[in-house]
Design a protein around this ligand. Structure first.
Ligand code: NOJ
Ligand code: CA
Length: 555
């Protein structure tokens, strides 16, 4: 898919090379987006019915979380057939219709490629465990020693417990970095790699616009050497994959890489390396997790640290690779709850967050509901949660002596289910998400926080996102300008400058609940028209910024 982009600004050098550098992505978590048949689970026909909402927003592509056949142990990130659609989400005919209907609105579909592991119900794993002599045996990773005995040392799974589980059939141990029902694939096997390439080509030939690659930095693992992320063969596999599938196609690819650093990220996304378009990196997320208890004991957001992280990434990939920009996804809490204020300043803080993110360099991603400022779930009891990770760690941390109230406070802040409550479409029953009983509770705030209401408000969150998306399309300086962080030590003001040729854009936002004054030095007087609201801004050093007030002007 090609989306032409051009700058409306005179005198700007045309530096655009790819459609996805001017496009904005939108993530759909299918189970929680829109239910068309009243079974309480979102589905593909439900997505099709809402495409106009996304077209109005102006997005360029949808990252579709998995809809493949799956026993749903990890909500579809455990795939049992890469070429079939899970009947709870619809049929392959529905999927084809989604691709066509989205394309008619100039929206690409980006599939979630989960090839670090399969489901234990995948025919490859069934064959592998049934017969040690099967050619599929070597598609997975086996050992005959229990963990802790012999080499190598034990490795922990992301969802808790050992990454080695015993297969009751053969008595051997197999490797899984997530749930035991998600056995890891053995990427050292060329036949396995060829199967993955063929499957990717099959989807590309169907007309999808690219892939989001689940935990792609793990495929080069060497468990026998204790290496999990960023293994020595990782980039060779990615280049081989590119050559076999993406070369010559105009697709977008984004690799999920929790291990990516500003130093190694260009290895993935430098155009001349032919690997992926960009990676999702998580520096801004994990820097506020506890050293021991991780996400279950989050630290408060420290804006100077967060700003410095963004500045580092902006600098590291400018001209050497490409950034992805995001606050949230289906694994993370809601942006406004985590980084803004979900109470009194919900709308203002949601808009400020959108502005500071979308005016940086990179491809921004919106997670469903973020465009109306949806908030965390607010669950107070463990029985409200559905997520395998949350349920596992509840058991594990309580057994280790963590107080239940403390765990629940952590889950309330950071559980993946915060992002998985149903999309709030209207004030109707169940937020208009379903006619039936939703698989996970709808957030109680839906009567006042929903798409219908927010869209009708010219000062709402949706209209601001819409404007930001249009601005990115229209201005090369937003897509490609260089980035300079201003006021790096200010505790509340996020301020930066983007510059390309003779154009300079200045962005300032007060990311706190208190009014603050522009410091006497660092930024001189600001005069101009705000590019988002059209209001006139005239401010001297010392001038006052209201809570979450945002200014973006041409200098
Ligand atoms: C990352 C995905 O985003 C997450 O939801 C999933 O549980 C793991 N990878 C395993 O596939
Ligand atoms: Ca349904």
């Amino acid at each position: 898919m090609t989306i032409a982009s051009s700058s409306s600004q005179a005198g700007i050098i045309q530096r655009d090379s790819a459609w996805w550098q001017s496009a904005v992505g939108y993530q759909i978590y299918p189970a929680s987006f829109a239910d068309s048949n009243g079974d309480g689970i979102g589905d593909i026909p439900g997505i099709i019915a809402k495409l106009d909402h996304l077209a109005d927003l102006g997005i360029g592509f949808i990252w579709l979380s998995p809809v493949y056949a799956s026993p749903m142990v990890d909500n579809g990130y455990d795939i049992s057939d890469y070429r079939a659609i899970n009947p709870i989400f619809g049929t392959m005919a529905d999927m084809d219709r989604l691709i066509t209907e989205a394309r008619a609105r100039r929206i690409g579909i980006v599939m979630d490629l989960v090839v670090n592991h399969t489901s234990d119900q995948h025919p490859w794993f069934r064959a592998a465990r049934a017969d040690r002599g099967s050619p599929y045996r070597d598609y997975y990773i086996w050992r005959d020693q229990p963990p802790g005995k012999g080499t190598p040392a034990d490795i922990e799974a992301s969802f808790g417990g050992s990454a080695w589980s015993r297969d009751s059939k053969s008595g051997d141990w197999y490797f899984h970095l997530f749930a035991p029902q998600q056995p890891d694939l053995n990427w050292t096997n060329p036949a396995l790699r060829a199967e993955v390439h063929a499957m990717m080509n099959w989807w590309l030939d169907k007309g999808v616009s690219g892939f989001r690659m689940d935990v792609i930095d793990l495929i080069g693992k060497q468990p026998e050497n204790g290496i999990v992320a960023d293994g020595p063969e990782l980039h060779r596999y990615l280049r081989e994959m590119h050559e076999a599938t993406l070369a010559g196609r105009d697709a977008v690819t984004v690799g999920e890489a929790w291990s990516a650093t500003p130093q190694n990220a260009p290895l993935y996304s430098a155009p001349d390396r032919h690997e992926v378009s960009m990676v999702f990196q998580f520096g801004h997320v994990t820097q506020f997790w506890d050293e021991k208890l991780g996400k279950w004991k989050p630290k408060p957001i420290d804006w100077p640290r967060l700003k410095s992280t963004f500045a580092t990434w902006q600098g590291a990939l400018h001209g050497t690779g490409w950034n992805s920009l995001f606050w949230g996804n289906h694994d993370l809490p809601r942006a406004v709850s985590r980084y803004g204020d979900e109470g009194k300043h919900r709308v203002a803080s949601a808009k400020a967050l959108a502005t500071i993110l979308h005016l940086m360099e990179g491809t921004p991603y919106i997670y469903q509901g973020e465009e109306i400022g949806m908030t965390n779930a607010g669950f107070t009891r463990i029985d409200q949660y559905r997520d395998v990770e949350t349920l596992n760690f509840h058991r594990i941390q309580l057994a280790e002596g963590v107080d239940e109230a403390a765990f629940l406070a952590g889950a309330r802040a950071n559980s993946r289910d915060n992002a998985r409550t149903p999309m709030q479409w209207s004030g109707a029953a169940n937020a208009g998400f379903t006619q039936g009983t939703p698989w996970i509770s709808v957030n109680a705030n839906y009567p006042s926080l929903n798409v219908e209401r927010d869209r009708a408000d010219p000062d709402g969150v949706f209209q601001l996102y819409r404007r930001l998306i249009a601005l990115r399309r229209d201005h090369a300086v937003i897509r490609h300008g260089d980035f300079r962080l201003l006021l790096p030590d200010h505790p509340a003001l996020v301020a930066y400058q983007r510059r390309l040729g003779s154009e300079t854009l200045l962005v300032i936002a007060n990311m706190s609940r208190q009014a603050v004054n522009l410091p006497p030095s660092g930024i001189s007087a600001i005069h101009g028209r705000d590019i988002l609201t059209g209001r006139r801004v005239s401010m001297q050093p010392g001038g006052k910024f209201e809570p979450y007030e945002t200014v973006a002007i041409w200098l």
